[in-house]
Design a protein. Sequence first.
Length: 332
Amino acid sequence: MVAAKNGFAARTEELSKLQRELQKGIGASVQPLPCTFRAKTRYRCYPEDFQAHGFRIKKLSVDFFPPFPTFYTSNFTEPKDDPGLRISWVPVDRTLEGSELLRRLKDAAESEKPFQCAGTDCRIVEWTYIKGKEKEEHLSICSAAVIREVAGAPYACRPVVLFSKDAAWIEAVTGRWGGGFVFDTPLKTLNAIGVADFGIKIASEVLPSQESILRTLEQSMAAQPLRYVVTRKEDYVLAVDRYKPSPVIAGYREIATIRIDVATFDRPDGPHVKLTVTTTLLLNRQNTGNTADYRGASDAESDVYVEKIRSLLWKAIEKFCIGNRECRNVAP
């Protein structure tokens, strides 16, 4: 990661060199002009179309000059209707709004207050890292399931600020291309949730109601030994845990999300209910509230965790597996 970090610095120096060479080549008669970004004319860049030495020159791209605008606003929103932006890592002191954005990101990471929520799907600012030759911390905007103000495991995290030994670097707009966004910055530090771990099938001519199954699953996730924060929706149960000692992996604290989807099928081979279980687990040996100290569970730890969740669910649904009903493990 150190090499990549030097690459960010090199990218910025390359941009400055390109701007100097361009200015030298077209002469002093062409100077950076005020240009608009986010409906504000307070930036400077080379115009797309200009006259120099009697020639009309049309550039394929526009180069911004420092101080650069940040990609994210102080409210953590990115431009939606401004295609063709070139996004690069830039030292915070070479941006116009970077110091204020950095302060707000630190405050949001400290408060852990979710934002831009749609139901339980929210965004949250987290401390994250990418392991390399040395640990490199980032402030990232992540997605997370949030239940009663408790956030589960973050995922789809996008670094907004990275910290080197001598500077903080922030995502900034350094120009425009004729097309979609072009990123010179890493996009994710934590993978998205979406890979299911296991399934359970309940088959019978007379099935238990989906509501009764969901209620039983909700109670199981909220009871000992997990005691997770749980919510029940129309067709799934969502459970989260954050910073508490892990009830499964001894000696660790955890950030966890469990989602159990419940679907009823009426097929020629017989009606059945299928549970699809997805887990996401981050672990930390220390008693800290910094997500950058948490790591993804190893394969062995994940196996132990998943088997424990499977065991708890089997115990919870055994009342639905009596008489003529058949319950068995199935692929997710």
